[in-house]
Unconditional design. Structure first.
Lengths: 249, 437
């Protein structure tokens, strides 16, 4: 589904990604772990198409097509979803209206008419229940005054609405208490299928107790330096990253 | 002939058409003398540093429209808030149109300045309020000299205007170039309320120059909500001079929506003449091309325990220019006041300009005053967020612009008007967002 080969990327002439290789197949859950500043969030932003990063080498192939020249919205239409670490606030635009704009933009890109209003509302209701969201939540301005947990739940709600092929969860566990973490993880798990894939980016092993990865990758200084199964995550939790750094030397 | 000379020489003919024995005759005659000595403002004056009237004044305007033009309701419907019941005062090329208007004298007076100036029953109000709070300058004096027609609204003590009042000035282009000078007087007595919507609308591409003066008086505990819609053609220029005087515990708000016009200048002054007054001035400006919108505001805090809130948002594209010149003057006696002022701007194009100049003059020592001014571009992180959800760049920008301006809309208290302004913003931004804003 996603094949990243020798990916190098800069921001303002500073190289952040220094040759990433990663392959994700349908049905798989991958986790990328690593210390602050190792380039994890950069990788997720580059996959989603953030323009301030410049790809200098390598390629990102998604569903057989090269993503390099595509705008963020086109990547979204193709089925890539990024759950943001810091979702932005949009005053005056309700969660419901934002979702309508987003979903109908996807439909338009696929040559479909706008979704009928009643169908849309039904779907919004269904998916918000999955995330145990209060009905009132849906008429509030997008992310404005939301708690950290509400913002992340809202991200996964959007994921449920858009039903992406590849969901990238960037530090989705940060700022969540254990109850919110369970709800979010439960939401992600219910959306899992053999046809889609999840890439979890996290500092901590905690989230991986609830979203269980098939593969765990360790990122250090812009490269994936070690890959393994979920046991690797436990080892990292216990021993930190220094031993991997040592292995590298 | 220069416009100034033309106006001065037209004055005699204008004035002879009236009863020269009336008190107003003297007011007008003095005003034309003032205009003669003061003239039009130039960029040399500090308040006009960023706004030049040269391109507006160069046309050979007709000062008296020759004939009344008959417009039909269907021609103008779209410029009115028509989905709710309202009183309407409609003027065509400066002349009152009775068949398009809906006036009343039932407990409140919603009628014409021309009758208020000539009928004896209105004389006490005219004597007490007409031309009482208008600062002396060329433009105001010029309007006073030619003051003849406009809206006269008097909400009597303890009465409520039962529906919003619309004041709409159309220009038809019957004249190759037209200058109009509406003169409005609005008196909202003690414990009474009114909601007013004002609009100037040109119907052709002929040049129109409007120099309007509006005096608003809010009595004790009166509530006045005033909305100005400035969404005119690129050939129409407007100088709007509005002065609000508030008695104690009155609550007055002015919302100005500036979406179009060649040159728009808003001179807006609030004078607080009692304790616990509340004054709100808000605006959204969204312009492009070579349009120019200038907000020149003053809040004069004279009494203690009052509040004022100013919030002006501007979005400028292409070669458009904006000016915000907001002055807050707090007298020594005006202790324990809260005065807030904020002016936020987004420039969408390297060629767009905003000149923002907050001025605070505070002579009291126990007050809360704040002002903030920002000039920036749309936030890249927010744009990326929306695009990552599949919303295309143009729509994403529009959504962010809407979000930026939104808090000004929140205080609009006529739902139909709010809806209308919102859809005008969407239209202005040229997008369909997949939902109604």
């Amino acid at each position: 589904m996603l094949k990243i080969t020798n990916l190098h990327a800069n921001i303002e002439d500073k190289e952040i990604l220094k040759g990433i290789n990663l392959e994700i197949n349908p049905g798989e859950v991958h986790a990328i772990m690593g210390p602050n500043g190792s380039g994890k969030s950069t990788l997720s932003s580059v996959i989603a198409g953030k323009e301030e990063y410049e790809m200098t080498e390598g390629e990102i192939i998604f569903e057989g097509g090269d993503l390099t020249e595509l705008d963020p919205e086109e990547r979204s239409h193709k089925g890539i979803f990024l759950s943001f670490q810091y979702p932005v606030e949009i005053p005056g635009v309700s969660v419901t209206n934002f979702m309508k704009a987003s979903l109908n933009a996807h439909r338009k890109a696929n040559g479909q008419e706008d979704m009928p209003a009643n169908e849309m509302l039904k779907m919004i209701r269904e998916k918000s229940e999955l995330l145990e969201m209060d009905r009132k939540f849906l008429s509030r301005s997008l992310n404005q005054g939301f708690s950290g947990g509400e913002k992340k739940r809202n991200e996964i709600f959007q994921m449920a609405m858009l039903n992406p092929k590849l969901a990238i969860l960037d530090e989705t566990d940060s700022g969540l208490d254990i109850d919110a973490l369970k709800i979010v993880a439960n939401g992600v798990n219910k959306l899992k299928s053999k046809d889609n894939a999840v890439l979890v980016i996290t500092h901590y092993q905690r989230l991986l107790d609830y979203i269980v990865p098939d593969f765990v990758h360790v990122m250090l200084d812009g490269k994936i330096v070690k890959s393994g199964t979920k046991e690797l995550a436990y080892e990292l939790e216990e021993r930190g990253y220094d031993w991997i750094k040592q292995e590298q030397l | 002939m220069e416009l100034k000379d033309k106006l001065i020489s037209s004055f005699l003919a204008f004035e002879e058409a009236f009863d020269v024995d009336s008190d107003i005759h003297e007011v007008r005659s003095n005003a034309i003398k003032e205009f003669e000595s003061l003239g039009f403002p130039s960029k040399k004056e500090e308040d006009w540093k960023y706004t030049s009237l040269n391109t507006v004044l160069k046309h050979d305007y007709s000062v008296f429209p020759k004939k009344e033009d008959a417009l039909e309701y269907r021609d103008i419907k779209k410029y009115l808030i028509h989905d709710i019941d309202t009183y309407k005062l409609v003027f065509i090329d400066g002349i009152y149109s009775s068949h398009l208007s809906e006036t009343t004298h039932d407990k409140i007076d919603v009628c014409l300045m021309s009758s208020a100036l000539s009928k004896s029953k209105y004389k006490p109000i005219i004597d007490a309020y007409f031309n009482k709070i208008v600062p002396k300058n060329g433009l105001n004096s010029l309007n006073t000299a030619f003051s003849k027609e406009g809206a006269f609204i008097h909400i009597h003590k303890n009465k409520l205007a039962d529906k919003p009042i619309q004041i709409v000035n159309f220009s038809t282009g019957n004249e190759s170039a037209l200058m109009v000078q509406p003169r409005n007087l609005i008196v909202v007595d003690e414990n009474s309320q009114a909601q007013i919507i004002e609009r100037h609308q040109s119907l052709t591409d002929h040049p129109v120059f409007t120099n309007s003066v509006t005096e608003i008086f809010a009595g004790k505990r009166a509530i006045v909500d005033y909305y100005k819609i400035q969404n005119d053609r690129a050939s129409a220029s407007l100088i709007d001079n509005t002065f609000v005087e508030q008695q104690e515990e009155s609550v007055c708000s002015m919302h100005t929506f500036s979406f179009g016009g060649k040159l728009t200048r808003n001179n807006l002054n609030f004078y607080q003449r009692g304790e616990r007054c509340d004054s709100t001035m808000k605006g959204i400006t969204i312009i492009e091309d070579k349009q120019h919108v200038d907000h020149n505001t003053l809040v004069h805090h004279i009494f203690p325990n009052c509040e004022s809130h100013q919030d002006y948002k501007g979005i400028f594209d292409e070669n458009s220019t904006g000016v915000f010149n907001g002055k807050v003057l707090v007298e020594k006696e005006a202790q324990k006041i809260n005065a807030f002022q904020s002016n936020n701007n987004i420039l969408l194009d390297d060629k767009a300009t905003i000149n923002s100049k907050p001025q605070l003059e505070i002579f009291a020592d126990d007050v809360k005053c704040s002002h903030g001014c920002t000039i920036g571009q749309l936030d890249e992180e927010s744009l990326f967020y929306l695009r990552a959800r599949g919303i295309p760049l143009k729509e994403a920008r529009a959504l962010l612009m809407y979000a930026f301006a939104n808090n000004v809309l929140e205080s609009v208290r006529i739902p139909e008007l709010k809806k209308r302004i919102t859809s005008q913003i969407a239209l202005k931004l040229g997008v369909s967002l997949g939902f109604d804003l």
